[in-house]
Design a protein around this ligand. Sequence first.
Ligand code: BES
Ligand code: MN
Ligand code: MN
Length: 445
Amino acid sequence: MDQERLLRELYEFLRIPSVSTLPAHNKDCRAAAEWVAAELRRLGCRDVEFLGSDTHPVVFGKGPDVPGAPTLLIYGHYDVQPPDPLNEWTRPPFEPAVSDGKLYARGSADDKGQVFCLLKAIAASPRPPVNFRFLIEGEEEYGSKVLFDLLKREPQRVRADVALVADMSYVAPGWPAVYTTLRGLCYAEITVRTSKTDLHSGEYGGAAPNAHEELARLLTRLKGADGKINIPGFYAPVKRPGKSELAAWKKLPFNEKDFLNKRVQGKGLVGLKKYSVLERLWALPTFEIHGILGGFTGEGAKTVIPAEATAKVSMRLVPNQELATVERQLAAAVKRFAPKHVTASVRFLHGADPAQIKVDHPAFQLLSQAFKEVTGRATVLARAGGSIPVVPALASAGAPVILTGIGLPDDRLHAPNEKLDLKQLWDGIEVFQRFYALLGGAGRM
Ligand code: BES
Ligand code: MN
Ligand code: MN
C-alpha cells in the first residue's frame, strides 16, 4: 500500500468544507460530490450519476458487471457537521494533518475517511468478483431528504444482495463491531413568545412574562432532573433488551468509570439511574437541548425582557418508536405544558426512524472472518446510539444492511479535533479488501 499517496488523496477530500446544513457551503458540498464521482470513475464506474439535487446530489455509481457475482451496495456520506467552536481546534478543521499516528480533520472519521477506506479497498487489486453499487450522499447530517425522495421515486437503485454501511466505530480499540440497532432522531425548534416586542426590565419586570424563563420552565417540564422524559406516551412502545443481550453487553470492554473519566471527561453521569450506562446510550430514547436562541447574548449588559426564545432540541428514538408519532407527541406536550400567557410553537427540522437489523445473513460471518484475519478479533454485536436516516429504508428494501466501521469511540465525531487513527484506516482497507474477496468467492447469496 502506498500510504503516502493515499494520505495525499484523502487530504484533498478532507480539505473540502462540505457542511450540508449551512447554505453558505453549497458549492463545497457539490465539490465533495465531484471528488467522490472522480474516485468512482477511477474504480471503473462508467456512468456516475448526480441525483436529486445540484448542491447536495446523491452520487450513484455502478461498477463493472460481473455476471453471477453478488451485488454489494456501498453507502456512505460526503457531507460533514459544522466545525464550530473553531477556537477549540488545535489545527484548522479543514487543513488535515497527522500527529502521533492520528489524522485530524472534520470528516476524518465521519464519514469521509470511512468512505475513502471502502473505496480504496476496491482499488487494492486483485479486483474482487463483486457487482459494486455506490450510493454516497451529501445530506446525511441534515436528515437525508434528497436521498429519501430519490428512493421513493426509484427504489430499484438500492436493489442488492448485501448493503454495507461503514459509518460507525469499533466498540473499543481492538474490538470491531457490527450493530443491530440505530437510534432514530426527531429534531425540532421550540419557540416561546410572551409579548409583541422586547420590554424594559425595569418598567415591566415583575409583571410581564419573560420568554426565556417560560422556555426554560417548559424544557424542564419536558424532561425532569431525574432524566425522565415527560412527554405523554413517549416511552410506551419502548422495550427493554432481552436478558441474553444485556448479559452479552456485560462482556464488552466497556467500563462506566472510564466512560465518565476518559470519554465524557466530566464530573458525573446523568440519566435514568436504574439502567446501565450502555442501556441508556443504546436502548433508551433521549431528549437533548442543543442550543437556545433569543434575548441579549452580546458583550456587556442590556436590561431587557426578551419577547421570544427558541430552543433547538432533539430526541433520539429507539426501536418501536416512530418518528411521526413522536412528532405528534412533542407538539401535544408543548401545547399542554405551556401556560396560557405564552404562545408556544414547534417546528420540525428533520428526523429519522430507528432501525433494527437482523444479522443472520451469511455475509455477516464473512465480514467477521475478514476482521478476524486482519485484526485478530472477530466482530462483536452492539447497538449504536447514533442515527443514519436512510438505514430503515435500506433495510426494508430487502438486502441485509451491515452496519460497521473503522472508527474508534474517542474519534470526537461532530466535535472539535475529530480524528481518525491511521492504523484503523490501513487495517480497514485490508479488512474490506478481504471481505470483498470472501463475498465474491461465496457467489450469489
Ligand atoms: N456516523 C453518524 C452516526 C453514528 C454515530 C452512528 C455514532 C453510530 C455511532 C452519522 O453521521 C450521524 O452523525 N448521524 C446524525 C444523523 C442526524 C443528523 C439525522 C446523528 O446521529 O446525529
Ligand atoms: Mn456519519
Ligand atoms: Mn455524523
